[in-house]
Write a protein that binds this ligand. Structure first.
Ligand code: UDX
Ligand code: ADP
Length: 462
């Protein structure tokens, strides 16, 4: 019976996942550790609006369990030592250097984490990989643990996370499935059962799928690849719809009504963002290349290409429509996060659209209800297109959507925050340059309503 859990990494995955686990398993002590002291301090903040991850419902749950059976700490070694089960929830970004740069997952943090576990552990432990990892990472972790450890026994499980940001708490509480991969040996199966027993506190057993390690790792990569593929498919059609009289929302509705296809993940947009889709697709493509499966690699690579095309096409359309230049024009951005109900901006389409417009010398003012100004500058600077100083001059964040839109030539909607639908669009129109353009990258507004107010409205694929 597991009594003590340690989770390494207090990010978007580790934080919410352990909060829900602590809430559902009051008899298990869970310590979430991170080497980032500021992050831990924020998780321990008395002001629950300051916890580092914004997710609807998360703050309330943290309030309920923190200090009871959920703890946030920087004492990584101590937490590892005390735990029977360790979750690795560290980040696995796309590698930015050397072999596999721009494609492969960077396993630096995972490797450091494994070495730390090996060094500290004095008794047998179950190690669970929670981050999205390329296939066969568990094997690498096993090799490090077995060869550098203090001769204690480790069981390594793959337990991929399927939560989507913005709905993480609901996804965790009511998971479609929980996947647990482990070695098919007696000890491996026993470890799988231990983790199954934890999830069985709140997930019906029939939704807990047990597999071998590699199936589990591959399922995570390919589930994301399938989801991303649907978005690229509908986005490719949005380009076709814009050239014809078809409306992509009508087409999506008609396609999705076929129960074999289903209606989810068919919303055309400026493109998908987030920490997972592109990273996992790149990873899948890299793995296929490495195994000599060129056709398979190129098949999945096309999903990424279509997404890049969509972001570029959207930005390009803004410039073309604004008489071929946005130089010195004020452009308002509503939204910077990669989707609504999160403060996460990893791979957000907003930064790529901004980058393109900044190249054409636009002045952009951004409003986002949850993203900080520092985060926005860190995102745009990371693209390395121009000096920090120039970015600061041309790109600003404001705390009021009406201020962002005042005197703007165009309003560009990048994130589908609900509050944008409720804005006083007449007031916005009154205070804009004319003609007043709206580029709705999320199709959240109705063309008829906007045209009735005098806007020149451009949606995606309609
Ligand atoms: C995704 C997976 O959904 C989740 O299961 C996995 O664990 C992590 O990756 P996430 O990236 O958090 O989750 O959000 P998701 O809701 O999948 O959205 C990803 C991107 O696709 C967002 O930019 C979103 O706006 C976009 N999207 C989604 C569309 O453009 N159209 C859609 O129909 C759905
Ligand atoms: P994810 O979306 O996968 O949760 P995040 O970047 O939000 O990714 O969170 C990962 C966290 O893991 C970061 O806060 C980082 O500081 C932490 N981390 C990475 N490596 C280690 C390590 N060896 N020890 C402790 N914390 C780590």
């Amino acid at each position: 019976m597991i009594k003590n859990i340690c989770c390494i990494g207090a990010g978007y995955v580790g934080g919410p996942t352990m909060t829900v686990m602590a809430y559902k398993c009051p008899e298990i002590k869970i310590t979430v550790v991170d080497m980032n002291a500021k992050r831990i301090a924020d998780w321990n903040s008395d002001d629950f609006s300051k916890i580092p991850v914004f997710e609807p419902g998360l703050a309330d749950l943290v309030k309920e369990v923190r200090g009871k059976n959920l703890f946030f700490s920087t004492e990584v070694d101590k937490a590892i030592d005390e735990a029977d089960m360790i979750f690795m929830s560290v980040n696995t970004p796309t590698k930015e250097y050397g072999k596999g740069a721009g494609m492969a997952a960077d396993l630096k943090y995972i490797e450091l984490c494994a070495r730390q576990i090996a060094r500290v552990s004095k008794n047998n432990k179950i190690v669970v990989e929670k981050s999205t990892l390329p296939v066969r990472t568990a094997e690498a972790i096993r090799s490090i643990l077995d060869n550098t450890g203090n001769h204690v026994k480790f069981q390594i499980l793959s337990n991929p996370e399927f939560l989507a940001e913005g709905t993480a708490i609901n996804d965790l509480l009511n998971a479609d499935r929980v996947l647990i991969g482990g070695l098919q040996t007696e000890e491996g199966k026993a470890a799988i059962e231990e983790l199954t027993a934890i999830y069985a506190h709140w997930i019906p057993r029939e939704r807990i799928i047990q597999t071998n390690v590699w199936s589990s790792e591959l399922s995570k990569l390919t589930a994301n690849a399938f989801l991303a593929q649907r978005i690229s498919s509908i986005n490719s059609l949005s380009a076709l719809c814009e050239k014809t009289e078809a409306d992509v929302t009508e087409v999506a509705k008609a396609i999705g009504a076929d129960s074999r296809i289903g209606n989810k993940f068919l919303t055309a947009s400026v493109g998908f963002g987030g920490s997972c889709f592109q990273k996992d697709l790149l990873n899948l493509v890299y793995i296929c290349h490495s195994l000599g499966l060129e056709e398979v690699a190129e098949y999945w690579n096309q999903v990424i290409k279509m997404n890049n095309y969509q972001k570029h096409r959207f930005a390009d359309n803004i410039i073309t429509t604004l008489y071929n230049t946005v130089s010195a024009k004020k452009i308002a951005f509503l939204g910077w996060a990669f989707k609504k109900n999160t403060n996460d901006t990893r791979e957000t389409p907003a930064m790529y659209v901004a980058d393109y417009l900044l190249e054409d010398l636009a002045n952009i003012e951004v409003y986002d209800p949850k993203v900080t100004e520092n985060q926005m500058y860190s995102d745009i600077n990371h693209l390395n297109s121009r000096d920090n100083e120039v970015n600061h001059k041309q790109l600003k964040m404001v705390s009021d959507p009406y201020q962002a839109c005042k005197d703007a030539h165009a309003v560009v909607i990048l994130t589908e925050w609900d509050e944008f639908k409720e804005l006083d669009w007449k007031k916005i129109h009154d205070n804009m340059m004319k003609p007043a353009f709206v580029f709705d990258g999320r199709n959240i507004l109705k063309r008829q309503d906007m045209e009735a107010l005098g806007f020149n409205y451009h949606g995606i694929g309609r």
